[in-house]
Design a protein around this ligand. Structure first.
Ligand code: ADP
Length: 448
C-alpha cells in the first residue's frame, strides 16, 4: 500500500524545507521528496542575503527601514510586472522569516546593502558569510532533529489527482516507482535555469549562456503543476546575474559591489552604476569589449566580506600590490585604471558619483593591495512559474484554486515580476515556504 502523510513536499531546497518544518511543527506528518542526493538545491548557492524590512537585526543596528519601502523597491525592480498581492505578502512577512531561521539556530544577524534596495535590509551570517548555505544547514538540521521523513534521490514524476483534488505524488527512486498519498502537496522544486532547452525556447537570446544554477534546476515542478491543470505566469522573464566568472559559472555575490567594489571594462573605465539592477548591469557588460567586466576592489572591501576569501581560495581573484601591478596582470592600461579609481575616490569623499550616480559608495578604494575578478552574465533565476495566490495555493488557468495543491519558491511566478532583486529570493522561499506549509496543514484530512 502507498505511504500516507498529511503533507507531501516536492523539493528540499529553502522553500520545501521551510514548508516541511512549518507543517511538522503544526503537528502534521510530512514526507519530503528530493531528486538529488543532497538537500538544499539551488538555495545552497544563494550568496547575498535575505531581504526583510522592520526586522530585529535592523533595529539592533539602528537601520531605519519600512515594509513599504521594501515593497516599493521590489515593484520598481520588477518593473511593476509583479503581482502586488504577492509582493505585499512577501514584504509584510519577510521579517518573520528572519526570526524563523534565527529561532532554528541560523545566523541572519548581519545586515548589508544589495542592489536595488534603498536601505540595508539584506540579512546574512556574521561578517557577510554566504546566506544560502547557512539557511540550508539550519533547515536540514531542524528537519533531522524533528525526524521528518526526507527521501533523497526520489524524483517526483506525477501528481495524483482524484475528483479534481491533488491527493498524492508518484515518484521514482532507484528504478522503482512509488506512490505517496496526502491531502496536500507542496511543489517546491525550484526554477529551470539549468534547463537550456526550456530557457532558449522561452528566450532565444540566451542560447549558449552558462548558468549559475545546480543541475537539478530543470523546471520539473512547473511541468508537474501544469499537468494537473495549473496556470503559469511570466515564463519569459529569465534573469541573468551580472557577475559570474567566465567559463567557471561561479557567481560572485552582489555584496562585493554592495560593500564597495566598482566595475571596470578592458579599457580600465567604469561603465555603469554598479548598484543598478541585474538586468541593467548585465546588459551594460554585454556592451563592453569581449562582453566582460572586472570587479575591482581594495583590501578594505576584502576585509569587509568573508565571501571574498572563498573566491581568492578558488583562484578567481587577481591581486596586485598596487593598481599598476594589478592593471598589468589583467591586461588593462595602468594609467587609465589609476585615473578611474582616483576619480571614484574623489567622488566617494565628496559623497556624489559624478559619472554614474551611484548612491551608496561605502569605501574610497584607497587601501592596497588591489583585486580584480573578471565577470560576465549567466542565467541565474527564472522569475516565472506556477501561478499562486497569497496563500500559496496553486491556481488553474481560470484563476480557481486547485484543491490540495500549494507551491512556493522559484517554482512559482509573479513575486519578482520582470527582474528579481538580490536578496529577495531568500525572502521569497522562506516566507512562501512557511505560508505553504501552514496552509497545506489546514487541508481537511480524510479526503483520501
Ligand atoms: P527554492 O529556492 O525555490 O527552494 P531550490 O532550487 O533551492 O528552490 O530547491 C528545489 C529542490 O527541488 C532542489 O533540491 C531540486 O533538486 C528539487 N527537485 C527538482 N525537481 C524535483 C523532482 N522532480 N522531484 C523531487 N525533487 C525535485
Amino acid at each position: 500500500a502507498a505511504d500516507k502523510a498529511d503533507v507531501i513536499v516536492v523539493g528540499a531546497g529553502g522553500a520545501g524545507l521551510s514548508a516541511a518544518v512549518t507543517a511538522h511543527d503544526l503537528g502534521k506528518k510530512v514526507i519530503v521528496l528530493e531528486k538529488m542526493a543532497y538537500l538544499g538545491g539551488n538555495t545552497n548557492r544563494a550568496a547575498g542575503g535575505l531581504n526583510a524590512a522592520e526586522s530585529q537585526p535592523q533595529a539592533k543596528a539602528g537601520i531605519k527601514d519600512s515594509k513599504e519601502s521594501h515593497y516599493n523597491d521590489t515593484m520598481k525592480g520588477g518593473k511593476y510586472l509583479n503581482n502586488p498581492d504577492l509582493v505585499h505578502t512577501l514584504t509584510d512577512h519577510a521579517a518573520e522569516s528572519v526570526d524563523f531561521i534565527n529561532s532554528l539556530g541560523g545566523d541572519l544577524t548581519d545586515v548589508g546593502m544589495m542592489a536595488g534596495a534603498s536601505q540595508k535590509r539584506s540579512h546574512r551570517p556574521t561578517g557577510g558569510g554566504f546566506v544560502g548555505a547557512n539557511v540550508v544547514k539550519t533547515l536540514a538540521q531542524a528537519s533531522k532533529d524533528r525526524g521528518i521523513d526526507v527521501r533523497t534521490m526520489a524524483k517526483a514524476d506525477e501528481l495524483i489527482v482524484k475528483d479534481g483534488k491533488v491527493v498524492g505524488v508518484k515518484y521514482t527512486k532507484g528504478k522503482k516507482q512509488y506512490e505517496v498519498m496526502a491531502p496536500a502537496v507542496v511543489l517546491a522544486a525550484g526554477g529551470f535555469s539549468a534547463n537550456q532547452d526550456m530557457v532558449v525556447k522561452l528566450n532565444p537570446k540566451l542560447k549558449g549562456f552558462a548558468t549559475t544554477n545546480h543541475t537539478g534546476a530543470t523546471g520539473d515542478g512547473i511541468t508537474l503543476g501544469e499537468k494537473a491543470g495549473a496556470a503559469t505566469v511570466d515564463m519569459k522573464q529569465i534573469q541573468t546575474h551580472p557577475t559570474v566568472v567566465p567559463g567557471k559559472g561561479e557567481m560572485i555575490t552582489e555584496a562585493v559591489r554592495g560593500n564597495g567594489a566598482i566595475l571596470v571594462n578592458k579599457d580600465g573605465k567604469r561603465f555603469i552604476n554598479e548598484l543598478q539592477t541585474r538586468d541593467v548591469v548585465s546588459a551594460a557588460e554585454l556592451a563592453q569589449k569581449d562582453k566582460v567586466g572586472f570587479l575591482l576592489f581594495d583590501n578594505d572591501v576584502r576585509k569587509s566580506l568573508k565571501a571574498i576569501e572563498t573566491y581568492i581560495k578558488g583562484g578567481m581573484v587577481t591581486e596586485g600590490k598596487d593598481l599598476h601591478e594589478l592593471a598589468q596582470k589583467i591586461g588593462v592600461d595602468g594609467k587609465q585604471l589609476q585615473a578611474t579609481v582616483d576619480k571614484y575616490t574623489k567622488d566617494q569623499k565628496a559623497g556624489k558619483d559624478s559619472e554614474f550616480g551611484r548612491a551608496d559608495m561605502p569605501r574610497p578604494l584607497t587601501q592596497a593591495p588591489y583585486y580584480a575578478v573578471m565577470v560576465t552574465p549567466a542565467v541565474h533565476h527564472t522569475m516565472g512559474g506556477l501561478r499562486i495566490n497569497s496563500q500559496a495555493q496553486v491556481l488553474d488557468t481560470k484563476g480557481h484554486v486547485i484543491p490540495g495543491l500549494f507551491a512556493a519558491g522559484e517554482v512559482t511566478g509573479g513575486v519578482h515580476g520582470a527582474n528579481r532583486l538580490g536578496g529577495n529570493a531568500m525572502a521569497d522561499i522562506v516566507t512562501f515556504g512557511r505560508i505553504a506549509g501552514r496552509n497545506a496543514s489546514q487541508q481537511p484530512t480524510g479526503v483520501i
